[in-house]
Design a protein around this ligand. Structure first.
Ligand SMILES: Cc1cc2nc3c(=O)[nH]c(=O)nc-3n(C[C@H](O)[C@H](O)[C@H](O)COP(=O)(O)OP(=O)(O)OC[C@H]3O[C@@H](n4cnc5c(N)ncnc54)[C@H](O)[C@@H]3O)c2cc1C
Length: 334
C-alpha cells in the first residue's frame, strides 16, 4: 500500500492534517492507533472548541472530525504504528499487519498522555471531576473548591488559572518544597485563594458519579500552610496521618508523556521525549514550520507541544503540518 501522506495519530492534530491533505488531492492514510481519537475521548464536555455554542462531548467531537475525514476519502487503520523506517524514501510504517505501508511523507501526530496518579477511584472519575487541563475545565468549577496535585511550573500555572474562577484551590504536594520556578511560586504564595498541603499524597479519589472528595496521606505532623507562609516544613519524622478532604474537583498536574517511543533513534526528540521541530527557511522566509530533522517528515500537536496542549492548538498544528506536507510534495514534483 502506497500513499502520498501517512499520518500517525488520530487526535485533533492528525485528523485536521488528514482533512487538509485529502482536499489537496493527495492519497492519505491515517494510522489511527488502537485508542483512536486521542485525549478528548477521555473527557465529557468540551466548551472551548469554537463552533459548538452549547459545547460538545469530547468523543462526539472526535467522531465528527473522523467522519469529516472519512467522507472526504481518507483511509484509516485502527492500529498503532509499531515501527517506522525513515532512512530512505518512500518512508515505511509498520503496524504489525503483514502489509507494508509506504508514504512519500509522514506526519507524526501521536499526542501525549497525561501522567495520572494511579490511585483507586481515579480512572472511573476522569472527566467527572478529575481533569488534567485547567484552561479546559476551570470554568466548570466556578465558585467550587478544588485541588491541584503537583509541584512543578505546570502545577503552579494550572493553580493560578483555577484561582481566577474557583472559590478555593489547595495544592497537594508530596515533598516539602516545589520544583517550580521561584517566580511561579511567588505568584502562588501571593494569592489568597490558594493554600498548600506539603508532604501530602492523594491515596484515593472519592465519589460515585462525580468527585466528592479525596483521601490524603500526610507524612509529617500537620503541614497545611497558607500561601502567605513562605517557610518550608521538613518531613522530619515518619508519622503519617490519613484524612479525608471534601472537594469538587481534582486537577492532576504531575506531567505529560509524549507518545514518541516508536521514534527514538529515528527522529530527534528532546530530553522529555517531545519531537523537536527543525524549522526550514528560504533566505529569511519561513519555509516549513513543522519539519523534523528528517526531510519529508513533519510533526503536529501535543507530541511536540509541551506548552499549549489544547484541542484547538493541536488542530492548528495539524493544519500547519498538512500544508507543509503539501508544499513539500509539490516541490518533489518540480
Ligand atoms: C481529560 C482531558 C480533558 C481535556 N479537555 C480539553 C478541552 O476541554 N479542551 C481542549 O482544548 N483540550 C482538552 N484537552 C487537551 C486535548 O485533548 C489535547 O490537547 C489534544 O487532544 C491533543 O491532540 P493531538 O492530536 O496532538 O493528540 P491526542 O489527542 O493525544 O491524539 C493522539 C492519538 O495518537 C494515537 N497514537 C499514539 N501513538 C500511536 C502510534 N504509535 N500509532 C498510531 N497512533 C498512535 C493515540 O492513540 C491518540 O489517538 C483535554 C485533555 C484531557 C486528557
Amino acid at each position: 500500500m502506497s500513499y502520498d501522506v501517512i499520518i500517525i495519530g488520530s487526535g485533533p492534530a492528525g485528523l485536521t492534517a488528514a482533512i487538509y491533505n485529502i482536499r489537496a488531492g493527495f492519497k492519505v492514510l491515517v494510522i489511527a492507533g488502537y485508542a483512536w481519537g486521542g485525549q478528548l475521548m477521555l473527557t465529557t464536555e468540551v466548551e472551548n472548541y469554537p463552533g459548538f455554542p452549547d459545547g460538545i462531548l469530547g468523543p462526539d467531537l472526535m467522531q465528527k472530525m473522523r467522519q469529516q475525514a472519512e467522507n472526504l476519502g481518507v483511509e484509516f487503520i485502527d492500529k498503532d504504528a509499531v515501527e517506522i523506517d525513515v532512512n530512505k524514501r518512500p518512508f515505511k510504517v509498520y503496524t504489525g499487519l503483514n502489509t507494508q505501508i509506504e508514504g512519500r511523507t509522514v506526519i507524526i501526530a501521536t499526542g501525549a498522555a497525561t501522567k495520572w496518579l494511579d490511585v483507586p477511584g481515579e480512572k472511573e472519575l476522569i472527566g467527572k471531576g478529575i481533569s488534567s487541563c485547567a484552561p479546559c475545565d476551570a470554568f466548570f468549577f466556578k465558585g467550587k473548591n478544588v485541588i491541584v496535585v503537583g509541584g512543578g511550573d505546570s502545577a503552579m500555572e494550572e493553580t493560578l488559572v483555577l484561582a481566577r474562577v474557583v472559590n478555593s484551590v489547595a495544592i497537594i504536594h508530596r515533598r516539602h518544597e516545589f520544583r517550580a520556578s521561584q517566580i511561579m511560586q511567588d505568584r502562588v504564595f501571593a494569592n489568597a485563594k490558594i493554600k498548600v498541603l506539603w508532604n501530602t499524597m492523594v491515596t484515593e479519589v472519592l465519589g460515585k458519579d462525580k468527585v466528592t472528595g479525596v483521601r490524603l496521606r500526610n507524612y509529617s505532623s500537620s503541614e497545611a500552610r497558607s500561601q502567605n507562609d513562605s517557610s518550608r516544613p521538613f518531613a522530619s519524622n515518619n508519622n503519617t496521618k490519613e484524612s479525608e478532604m471534601p472537594i469538587d474537583g481534582v486537577f492532576v498536574a504531575i506531567g505529560h508523556k509524549p507518545n514518541s517511543e516508536k521514534f527514538i533513534g529515528r527522529i530527534d526528540l528532546d530530553d522529555k521525549g517531545y519531537v523537536i521541530r527543525h524549522e526550514q527557511y528560504e533566505g529569511k522566509l519561513l519555509k516549513y514550520w513543522s519539519s523534523t530533522n528528517v526531510d519529508g517528515v513533519f510533526v503536529a500537536g501535543d507530541v511536540h507541544d509541551y506548552r499549549y496542549k489544547q484541542a484547538v492548538t493541536a488542530a492548528g498544528f495539524g493544519c500547519i503540518a498538512g500544508l507543509d506536507a503539501e508544499k513539500w510534495l509539490d516541490e518533489q514534483k518540480g
